[in-house]
Design a protein around this ligand. Structure first.
Ligand code: BG6
Length: 472
């Protein structure tokens, strides 16, 4: 791997910080939304007021990252700490100071910050009063938030990510975009308009970042899970092709070309959807495409798509595929307890596929496995996590070394335990265990898992030594 390869990990601050309403923070959608458990998972939601208390432990947590040898660390600036209501005139100074100190501390420990500007943390007020990114005013509030943050951190932060998992906005619209589908709006209308609005938001963020700090590097980001056809029947191949376009490629297609792709225009036309999308917005998207430096994505698993028997109408069939909830399993792969199938070669495939489609540097900014772990005598033997990472890192190395993919870095998910997007502490991802339980926050002490030492060795050897021979 090249010498300046960005090894490290990433965190979503809203899921880790706690620090509930402290120092002027406002409520955000992660705080307020009622979560629906993943299929087959008993509801065990934690409240977000303490989470894993990263708000008060961030220096200690960064020290642990430095000990693992991180070159880079991705975190998110919680929007409702900077603009507590979202439509505030002025940013909250204490929020800005908090993240500035975080960045300064990272730099002092030799870690490059990679900063996300929205990650499941829209101020709750913007969801309730404006219906989030479905309302164009919210795009302007977001641009203002971006400007406040970039103004403060310019010259210190080199890598920005505009919008976490932008492609999931139409599918998990409340958490990802602060949107509840209005009465009378169909799912496909919401899909179309929200795709466009979040792309405008991304483009405006690119414009702000490059204007305020021309030397900064900016990337778009999506949550990637390739869909494989269930069989080699042509209807399944067509179904998977459609799903991949609409679910995985669409945002990057728009960000990189600066316009709506023909397949998306056709999708809208045949449904008589006329989105609100004016010339000025089209120009912003077009101009942002010229300024985009890299494409970032998360990768956890692959998925399976098949067609549906008995649906004759082609629009109905497409809609069924687009919003398919069947969760078809791939017989070739194992899964974790949450049903997320482990397909490490899918990462190599995704890297090749994206690189050939877009010819832009790629950045893996999330990859990991959620495991229900118990600490015994201060130790956590997470060999399952090590095995997951071994396979995925071997796979990305093949993409770089054998397939010629230009990969900037690899950020595992995650440095420390935090609450999952479904507010579970039971689904742990960290290299560092945080001692809290579902209903008891215990002492929140940090413990190094076995994988902590393993990942340190991987980074020290620049990805050469993946063996699990750690004495722990
Ligand atoms: C990504 C998100 O979707 O996946 C993270 O960017 C999230 O915020 C991660 O935590 C893992 O998903 P989950 O649902 O297991 O937390």
């Amino acid at each position: 791997m090249k010498k300046d390869f960005l090894w490290g990990a990433a965190l979503s601050n809203v899921q880790a910080e706690g620090g509930y309403l402290e120092d002027g923070k406002g409520l955000n959608v992660y705080d307020t939304l009622e979560v629906v458990p993943e299929p087959g998972i008993p509801p065990m939601f934690c409240d977000t007021s303490v989470a894993t208390d990263h708000y008060h432990h961030y220096r200690e947590d960064i020290d642990l990252m430095a000990e693992m040898g991180f070159k880079a660390y991705r975190f998110s600036v919680v929007w409702s700490r900077i603009h507590p209501m979202g439509d505030d005139e002025e940013p909250n100074e204490k929020g800005l100071a908090y993240y500035e100190d975080m960045v300064d501390y990272l730099l002092s420990r030799g870690i490059e910050p990679v900063v996300s500007l929205v990650h499941f943390d829209m101020p709750d007020h913007l969801m309730r009063e404006y219906n989030g990114f479905l309302n164009k005013k919210v795009i302007d509030f977001y641009a203002k938030h971006v400007e406040s943050v970039v103004e403060r951190l310019k010259g210190k932060v080199k890598y920005w990510i505009t919008y976490n998992e932008i492609n999931l906005a139409p599918f998990h619209s409340n958490l990802v975009a602060g949107v509840n589908r209005p009465e009378g709006m169909s799912q496909t209308e919401l899909f179309a308009q929200l795709t466009i609005n979040t792309e405008i938001a991304h483009a405006k963020a690119v414009e702000v970042i490059k204007r305020v700090d021309p030397k900064a590097k900016v990337g778009g980001m999506l949550g990637h899970a390739p869909f494989y056809p269930l069989t080699c029947k042509s209807e399944d191949i067509l179904a998977a092709d459609f799903k991949n376009k609409m679910h995985n490629y669409l945002p990057f297609d728009i960000m990189t070309s600066g316009e709506l792709p023909a397949y998306f225009k056709h999708f809208m036309e045949k449904r008589h959807i006329v989105p609100q999308f004016n010339d000025e917005e089209k120009a912003v998207i077009s101009s942002a495409s010229q300024k985009l430096d890299y494409l970032a994505f998360s990768y956890y698993r692959s998925n399976v798509q098949s067609s549906f028997d008995g649906i004759e109408d082609s629009i109905e069939l497409e809609d069924a595929i687009l919003f398919d909830q069947r969760g078809i399993k791939n017989p070739n792969y194992d899964a974790n307890e949450w049903g997320w199938q482990i397909d490490s070669e899918g990462l190599r495939y995704s890297l090749i596929d994206f690189y050939h489609r877009y010819e832009k540097p790629l950045f893996i900014v999330e990859n990991g496995i959620g495991i229900d772990e118990k600490m015994v005598d201060g130790k956590i033997y997470d060999d399952e996590r090590i095995s997951y990472y071994q396979k995925h890192i071997a796979s990305l190395k093949s993409a770089v070394e054998k397939d010629g993919v230009d990969l900037m870095g690899y950020l595992a998910w995650s440095p420390i335990d935090f609450l999952s997007s479904h507010k579970e502490i039971r689904k742990r991802y960290g290299f560092v265990y945080v001692n809290r339980d579902f209903d008891d926050i215990l002492d929140l002490k940090r413990y190094k898992k076995k994988s902590f030492y393993w990942y340190k060795k991987v980074i020290t050897s620049n990805g050469e030594d993946l063996k699990n021979d750690i004495e722990y």
